[in-house]
Design a protein around this ligand. Structure first.
Ligand code: ADP
Ligand code: MG
Length: 312
């Protein structure tokens, strides 16, 4: 069987820096990673996961602008973004496959995915996950929610517990084994806690990189590739001595993480996800720009984190 490749697409990669994030912009941006995934689907069994930070924050703002209808909790908005972005990825992929292969026979499916979290996770105490747009002075003054400084500017933050297990892992594995291209774990998954045999949604957004590593581990993916809006992993990011890394060992990555080179809520969880995936037996873990997925797989772009302590 073809190896399993899990590609995690950044929610921010769908809306590029400086864009307001119209649907037309998001469809246009998606063609860049999706055209590559279409080509790769001949060589690999494919799982696509995606973030939803900008999109779920926008839905929340839209809720708050309307006083006539009852408010929807965050868990429902995460579910909405799985449908919204799943539809956009699925239809774009279908178009790209048609362009490439004509009347193609590939089967694509988006799986609504819940992800179990621990109700005592410390992530519920301190909100860290940035969502929605960068805030201007006016919205900052009138806000009734926590905000944190991010590399893009000030943004709203929400709780982000760690993923414990992907509830639909068996369904997803079955589908990829049957030859489907699967889109799953959108926005990090709908966060749920368990009461006996019942699930209950909670007000949080799980980091999609950590959820992707968990899914990759649970379905036995061979390669995890995290595609975002920078060329790879840098040390001293955005400082004068910034240096992008092409290949680092897990030990080096862990040391840089401890030294604070990879902040929580952005590059931190990507490096952590790559490390977790390698520890769980994954073969290759890569972090690259959405335009360079194929090049990164060929070892010509991005950052590859390799198991062990050999020198990079
Ligand atoms: P995504 O939506 O793809 O998950 P994030 O904003 O969460 O995107 O993470 C990517 C961002 O991480 C980059 O745009 C960059 O500004 C930021 N970043 C922070 N530290 C680093 C680093 N050490 N190397 C590269 N990028 C970094
Ligand atoms: Mg992110």
């Amino acid at each position: 069987m073809r190896p399993i490749l899990l590609v995690a697409l950044g929610g921010n990669a769908l809306i590029r820096k400086g864009q307001s994030g119209t649907v037309a912009e998001q469809f246009q941006n998606l063609t860049i990673p999706v055209a590559q995934i279409a080509r790769l689907s001949n060589e690999f069994r494919i799982i696509i996961t995606h973030g939803n930070g900008p999109q779920v924050g926008t839905l929340l703002l839209q809720q708050e602008c309307c006083s006539e209808a009852p408010r929807l909790p965050l868990e429902i908005l995460v579910a909405q973004t799985q449908g919204q972005i799943g539809y956009m990825i699925e239809s774009t992929l279908d178009n790209e496959l048609t362009r490439l292969e004509g009347e193609h026979q590939k089967l694509i499916v988006t799986v609504l995915t819940y992800v179990l979290v621990d109700e005592n996770d410390p992530g519920f105490l301190t909100p860290t996950k940035p969502i929605g747009p960068v805030l201007d002075q006016d919205s900052l003054a009138g806000r009734a929610y926590p905000v944190a400084q991010t590399s893009r500017g000030p943004r709203r933050v929400v709780a982000s517990p760690r993923p414990v297990t992907i509830i639909e892992k068996r369904e997803i594995k079955r589908l990829i084994d049957m030859g489907f291209i699967v889109i799953a774990c959108g926005g990090g998954g709908i966060p749920v806690i368990r009461h006996g045999r019942a699930f209950q949604g909670v007000d949080a957004v799980i980091d999609k990189d950590l959820a992707s590593a968990k899914l990759a581990e649970e379905v036995g993916a061979d390669i995890l590739i995290i595609a975002t809006d920078v060329e790879g992993v840098a040390i001293s990011y955005s400082a004068p001595d910034e240096m992008f890394l092409r290949r680092i060992t897990a030990d080096e990555a862990e040391r840089y993480l401890r030294e604070g080179h990879f902040p929580p809520g952005s590059m931190g969880p990507k490096v952590e996800a790559a490390l977790q995936f390698l520890t769980s037996g994954g073969r290759r873990a890569l972090i690259c720009s959405i335009d360079a997925i194929e090049k990164a797989l060929a070892g010509e772009a991005g950052t590859e984190i390799v198991a062990g302590c050999e020198r990079g």
